[in-house]
Design a protein. Structure first.
Length: 203
């Protein structure tokens, strides 16, 4: 058996690590979830919950945002995510594009991370707009393609295509978990990693 003698520096690694990435969760609210057509909604919820569990396991900073809760026009984040995120407070906005909200951008920059893992509803709007802005500002953007959804399959695909053409790097949630774990020698997270991944593959 041959494995690397040392684990790569988590701050300078080109791949995602617990030390160089942050998770942005945007607008996973009941109305938005109910409007998704591009994938089965139960699968969408299961996948985004797995993303959130993964972020918590590896201690990633999480920036959570909602739209129009304070105005009374929308409900808060779905309970399945709130149960995982616990004390993470949502940044509520009126701007459709989260990157046009000063509090949201300040929270992202306060993480000190340049690699942004992003999930949002809808793909073509609330994922695409802030992803494009973040890319323009020099951030690396990683949309989790099986934990986002659009109002149609065409809209979802067009939204992903637009941000990928701009430089985003699409990943899946299992790829994310494996990229953060990377080595079974990381014993402090190995059991949690296995539980998240294998419980999803064999529910």
């Amino acid at each position: 058996m041959t494995s690397p003698a040392t684990i790569r520096d988590p701050l300078t690694d080109d791949l995602l690590t617990p030390g160089n990435a942050a998770l942005l969760i945007i607008d996973f609210q009941p109305v938005q979830v109910a409007s998704i057509v591009s994938m089965e909604r139960r699968e969408l919820i299961a996948n985004v919950v797995a993303v959130a569990k993964t972020a918590r396991l590896y201690g990633l900073p999480v920036v959570l945002s909602t739209v129009n809760v304070a105005t009374g026009r929308n409900a808060p984040t779905i309970h399945q995510l709130q149960d995982v995120l616990g004390d993470v407070a949502a940044i509520d906005r009126t701007a459709i594009n989260a990157w046009e909200d000063e509090d949201f951008v300040a929270a992202v920059k306060a993480t000190g991370r340049r690699k942004l893992i992003m999930v949002a509803l809808w793909t073509e709007v609330c994922l695409a707009f802030p992803a494009l802005d973040a890319l323009r500002e020099g951030f690396d953007v990683y949309p989790v393609v099986d934990a986002v959804g659009g109002t149609s399959l065409i809209a979802h695909r067009a939204g992903l295509q637009r941000i990928v053409q701009a430089g985003a790097q699409p990943i899946t949630w299992i790829q994310l978990a494996c990229e953060l774990q990377r080595d079974w020698r990381r014993a402090e997270t190995a059991d949690g990693f296995a539980e998240i991944v294998f419980s999803a593959i064999h529910p």
